[in-house]
Design a protein around this ligand. Structure first.
Ligand SMILES: Nc1ncnc2c1ncn2[C@@H]1O[C@H](COP(=O)(O)OP(=O)(O)OP(=O)(O)O)[C@@H](O)[C@H]1O
Ligand SMILES: [Zn+2]
Length: 322
C-alpha cells in the first residue's frame, strides 16, 4: 500500500470491481481448440500467432506458446495495430488479417449460424474464443481456457461477508464470463471496453459507493486510476503498478479482504491510541496543576503512554482472523 491515506481509504470501500483475466483467473490461458473454416488449423494458428508477436495480452501469449510448441514459422506482418479490448489487426502477405473477440469479428465479417453455435458451445465451457479473419472471411477460431485462481471463490466470499459488493468487469464474451462468474459466485458485467470499465466505476461513485478496482492494468488502467482505490494484481504490468494505490503480490484474491481488514483494525487502533495518549495527558495535567502529582510522575506517565500506544500498534502485526 502506498501511504497512510490508502490504508485509511481501503477500509471504507463498499464495492470491489474485479478484472477477470489475470485477476480472478491465473492469467495463463492455454489453447484448447483450433477450428479452421475453409482453412487448415495450422494456417489459422500461423496467422493468429504472426499478429500476436508484438502483444503482451495473456491470450497472445497463449497463441504464441501454441505456435512455438508446433514449431510453426510465422509469416511477416506489417501495419500491426492493437485495439484494446477488441483484438489485433495487421497485414499478412498483403491481406488484412484480424484476431479478436467474436463480437468485433461479427462486425467485420458475417458469421454463419453453425459458426455461432460452435463458438457459444465453447463459451459455455468457460472458454474464451478469439476469431481469426483473413480478408473479409472468417478463417477460424481459437479457444482458450484460463483456470480460476484457487482462492478466488473464498476471497470473494470474505469480501461479501464484510458487506462489500463484488462485481466482475470483463472484456470477455458474456457467456464465458457468466460461466466463470457462476462458478465464483460473483455478479458479472461482460463485453466491456476499457472505457466502459472506467464508466462503470464512475457510475458507482456517483451513486455514493466507495469503489476499489482490482486488475492487471492490461485493459483496465483507466478504471484503476478512476477508482477510489486501485489495486494491481496478476503479475501487474508496469502501468498497473504505477497507477495503482496498492498491489497484491502473490495473486491471492483473499489478500484484498485481508487489506480491508488490516485497514479497519488500523483505524480502530489509531483511535484507541489517540484516546489513551490524550486521556493520560489530561489526567496528569489536571493532577499536576492541582498539586496531586509532581513533575516526574507526569513525565514518566507520558513515556508510559508512548509505550502503551506502541504496544497497541504492534498488535496489528498479528495475522488477521480471516
Ligand atoms: N491480443 C488479443 N488477441 C486475441 N484476442 C484479443 C486480444 N485482445 C483482445 N482480444 C479479444 O477481445 C476480448 C476482450 O479483450 P480484453 O483484453 O478487454 O479482455 P480480457 O483480457 O479477455 O478479459 P479482462 O477484461 O477480464 O481482462 C478477448 O476476450 C478476446 O476475445
Ligand atoms: Zn484484463
Amino acid at each position: 500500500m502506498k501511504g497512510g491515506a490508502v490504508l485509511e481509504q481501503i477500509g471504507k470501500i463498499t464495492v470491489a470491481c474485479f478484472d477477470k483475466t489475470g485477476t480472478l483467473t491465473a492469467g495463463k490461458p492455454q489453447v484448447t481448440d483450433i477450428i479452421g473454416y475453409g482453412r487448415t488449423e495450422t494456417d489459422v494458428l500461423r496467422f493468429a500467432a504472426a499478429l500476436e508477436l508484438g502483444s503482451s495480452h495473456p491470450l497472445a501469449t497463449a497463441i504464441l506458446a501454441k505456435a512455438t510448441e508446433r514449431e510453426l514459422s510465422l509469416p511477416p506482418t506489417s501495419d500491426a495495430n492493437a485495439m484494446g479490448g477488441v483484438g489485433v489487426r495487421a497485414k499478412v502477405e498483403g491481406v488484412e488479417v484480424f484476431v479478436g473477440s467474436p463480437k468485433a469479428a461479427g462486425e467485420r465479417a458475417p458469421m454463419t449460424p453453425e459458426q455461432r453455435t460452435q463458438i457459444s458451445a465453447l463459451n459455455h465451457e468457460g472458454k474464451t474464443v478469439s476469431i481469426v479473419l483473413v480478408g473479409h472471411e472468417v478463417a477460424g477460431a481459437i479457444a482458450m481456457r484460463d483456470e480460476v485462481r484457487p482462492d478466488a471463490r473464498a476471497g470473494l466470499k470474505a469480501l461479501t461477508e464484510m458487506g462489500i459488493k463484488t462485481v466482475m468487469l470483463t472484456g470477455d464474451n458474456r457467456r464465458t464470463a457468466n460461466a466463470i462468474g457462476e462458478r465464483l459466485g460473483i455478479e458479472v458485467q461482460a463485453e466491456l471496453l476499457p472505457e466502459d470499465k472506467q464508466r462503470i466505476v464512475a457510475q458507482f461513485q456517483k451513486a455514493g459507493w466507495s469503489v476499489a478496482k482490482i486488475g492487471d492494468g492490461i485493459n483496465d488502467a483507466p478504471a484503476l486510476a478512476a477508482a477510489d482505490v486501485g489495486i494491481a494484481m496478476g503479475g501487474g504490468t508496469d502501468v498497473a503498478l504505477e497507477t495503482a494505490d496498492a498491489a497484491v503480490l502473490h495473486g491471492r484474491v483473499a489478500d484484498v479482504a485481508a487489506m480491508v481488514d488490516l485497514s479497519k483494525r488500523t483505524m480502530i487502533n489509531i483511535k484507541q491510541n489517540i484516546a489513551v495518549a490524550l486521556g493520560l495527558k489530561v489526567v496528569f495535567l489536571v493532577t499536576t496543576v492541582v498539586g496531586l502529582t509532581g513533575l516526574w510522575p507526569a513525565i514518566l506517565a507520558d513515556t508510559g503512554a508512548t509505550v502503551l500506544v506502541t504496544i497497541n500498534a504492534l498488535r496489528l502485526l498479528a495475522p488477521p482472523k480471516l
